[in-house]
Design a protein around this ligand. Structure first.
Ligand SMILES: [Zn+2]
Length: 225
């Protein structure tokens, strides 16, 4: 007998600039599934200075990375919260095959069905999109030369300051980040496929964010039936 309201898990992958965060927000609204960003959670525990936060701070001070077990425990605690009743979206986790193994054990133990979504985007599109970003250092305003250009090229509308390209947005830095993403993610996706998970590739750069969110919802429904 199937649970009439089973909790489901969406594991969302996408390179920097793919709009993954935007998609997670859309899906949070349309499906009512909690959006779980492990990066945000780590920062929140650090800021709160709670037991886990102190443990994380100690590890980081020693120059080590937070262990897979710690991140996994944090996720395990998080999905007990009431906003995860219908489902939850994992964003930025798992990052390693070892984390993916721990997660699949956790999902199996709790009989939570999961689908893996990989947002595919053309890297040239990402590089040109990010290369068009400009920021004003005086007031912090953000512009895009393609979709949200200032009235006068390279000048802030609010205070007349000259706009800059942030270090992270320089094409060579973006290329490096995309390469790092690929090297990190490929083995994790391969693990999920081999472990029998449904891994859906969704085109993420040829339509509006709303249309792309609909594609993801559709593939979740197909898997759930
Ligand atoms: Zn400004």
């Amino acid at each position: 007998m199937a649970d009439p309201n089973p909790r489901q898990c969406l594991i969302l992958f996408g390179p920097p600039g793919s709009g993954k965060g935007t998609q997670a927000k859309f899906l949070n609204q349309s499906l009512g599934w909690a959006h779980i960003s492990t990066g945000d959670m780590l920062r929140a525990h650090l800021a709160a200075g709670d037991a886990l936060g102190q443990e994380i701070a100690a590890v980081m001070q020693s120059g080590a990375l937070v262990s897979d077990q710690t991140v996994n425990r944090m996720v395990e605690e998080r999905i007990k919260e009431p906003d995860c009743e219908k489902g939850f979206i994992l964003d930025g986790y798992p990052r390693t095959v070892s984390q993916a193994k721990l997660l699949s054990e956790l999902l199996a133990a709790q009989r939570i069905p999961a689908v893996v979504i990989h947002l595919k985007v053309d890297y040239n599109v990402i590089i040109s999109r990010i290369a068009g970003r400009r920021q004003c250092l005086t007031c912090g305003a953000l512009y895009s030369v393609t979709s949200n250009a200032p009235t006068i090229s390279e000048v802030c509308d609010y205070d007349g300051s000259k706009l800059i390209v942030r270090e992270d947005d320089r094409p060579e830095v973006v290329e490096r980040r995309l390469k790092a993403y690929e090297e990190q993610t490929e083995p994790v996706l391969a693990y999920f496929k081999q472990a029998g998970f449904t891994v859906e590739e969704i085109q993420g750069d040829d339509a509006s964010p709303q249309v792309i969110a609909r594609r993801i919802e559709k593939s979740i429904q197909e898997v759930s039936v």
